[in-house]
Design a protein around this ligand. Structure first.
Ligand SMILES: Nc1nc2c(ncn2[C@@H]2O[C@H](COP(=O)(O)OP(=O)(O)OP(=O)(O)O)[C@@H](O)[C@H]2O)c(=O)[nH]1
Ligand SMILES: [Mg+2]
Length: 271
C-alpha cells in the first residue's frame, strides 16, 4: 500500500532474461502485486522473473504481441485483482524505483489520473540519453502534444507511468495501439475520457548494457501512421461526444469533462 492505495506494478518483458531479475527485485516493498508480462520471449524471461521473487505473477503471451499489448494484459490483471493504481516499469531496468513515489503522489493527492515520467525535466538527461534519442524523442513529443490533445505533456515515449484503475476502466483497452507508438496513442485515449495527465521528472537510464528493441522498420517508420490515426480518432470521438463551443452554461456545469479540461491540466504540468 502507498498512502492507502493498493499498488500494482506491470513489467512488460520480451527476451529480458539478463535484466528481468534486477527489474523485479528493485520494485519497492510497498507495492502489493507485481505482474510480469512475458511477451512470448524466446529466452528464460519467465523463469528468471519467478526466481527473483516467488510471489511475482507471470502472464505469458502465446505469441509476441508488442509492448503495448503486454501492458494492456497487465492492466487487465490489475483491474480484476483490485488495484487502485497501476504503474508500468520496463523489464529492461531503465526505470529508477526511487522515482516511484513521485509518480504516485499526484494520484494519491487527487491531482491526477495518469502520471508519466518526463526524463527531459531531469538534470541527467544529456549525461544519459544518446543524442539521437534526444532528437527523436523531442520530435515525437512535439507531435504528440498535437495528436493527444495534451499540450503541456512532454517526453511522450517515456514508459514510466502510473494510472488510476478507475480511469483505466473507462478506456477501451482493445483499441489502444499494441506496439511501438502505444504511449502516444494511450495519451489520445486518455484525453477522450478527460483524464488529468501530469508529467513528473524521472531519471533517464541508458547504462552500458543498454540494448534497445526499437528498430527502424518495426518502430520508427510505423509511428507516424500511429500518430495520424490516433489524432483522427481522438478528434472524431471528441466531436461526437462533446457539445460544440457556445453551449449553454447549464450544460457545461453538468459536464465533469469540461470542468476538468479547463482547470488542472495546465496547473499540474511538470514542464
Ligand atoms: N522491443 C520490444 N519490447 C517489448 C515487446 N514486448 C514487451 N517489451 C518490453 O517493453 C519494454 C520496452 O522495450 P524497449 O525496446 O527497450 O523500448 P524503450 O525502452 O521504449 O526504448 P529504448 O529507449 O530504445 O530502450 C522492455 O521491457 C521490453 O522487454 C516487444 O514485442 N518488443
Ligand atoms: Mg528500453
Amino acid at each position: 500500500m502507498y498512502r492507502q492505495l493498493r499498488i500494482a506494478v506491470v513489467i512488460p518483458a520480451f527476451n529480458e532474461e539478463a535484466a528481468i531479475a534486477d527489474a523485479v527485485s528493485s520494485v519497492p516493498s510497498f507495492v502489493d502485486r507485481v505482474i510480469v508480462v512475458d511477451d512470448a520471449s524466446r529466452d528464460n524471461t519467465s523463469a528468471c522473473a519467478r526466481d527473483a521473487d516467488s510471489e511475482v505473477v507471470v502472464v505469458r503471451h502465446a505469441s509476441n504481441r508488442g509492448v503495448g499489448a503486454a501492458i494492456v494484459s497487465g492492466y487487465r490483471d490489475a483491474l480484476v485483482t483490485g488495484a487502485d493504481v497501476v504503474v508500468v516499469m520496463a523489464g529492461d531496468g531503465q526505470m529508477d524505483p526511487q522515482d516511484l513515489p513521485a509518480l504516485l503522489d499526484p494520484i494519491a493527492l487527487g491531482h491526477a489520473d495518469y502520471v508519466k515520467g518526463n526524463r527531459f525535466a531531469h538534470r541527467e538527461l544529456f549525461l544519459q540519453m544518446p543524442p539521437i534519442r534526444v532528437l527523436g524523442n523531442t520530435l515525437l513529443s512535439l507531435a504528440t502534444k498535437v495528436t493527444s490533445g495534451y499540450g503541456h505533456v512532454f517526453d511522450s515515449q517515456c514508459g514510466y507511468t502510473a494510472v488510476r484503475t478507475e480511469t483505466l476502466a473507462k478506456l477501451d483497452l482493445d483499441q489502444v495501439f499494441p506496439r511501438y507508438g502505444y504511449p502516444n496513442d494511450m495519451l489520445a485515449h486518455l484525453h477522450g475520457v478527460d483524464a488529468r495527465v501530469v508529467d513528473v521528472p524521472v531519471r533517464p537510464i541508458y547504462g552500458p548494457s543498454w540494448k534497445s528493441g526499437v528498430k527502424w522498420h518495426t518502430a520508427v517508420y510505423p509511428v507516424g501512421f500511429v500518430l495520424l490515426k490516433s489524432w483522427l480518432t481522438r478528434v472524431r470521438n471528441e466531436r461526437k461526444s462533446r457539445p460544440a463551443a457556445g453551449t449553454t452554461a447549464t450544460a457545461a456545469a453538468f459536464s465533469p469533462g469540461i470542468e476538468q479540461e479547463s482547470v488542472p491540466k495546465e496547473q499540474a504540468s511538470g514542464q
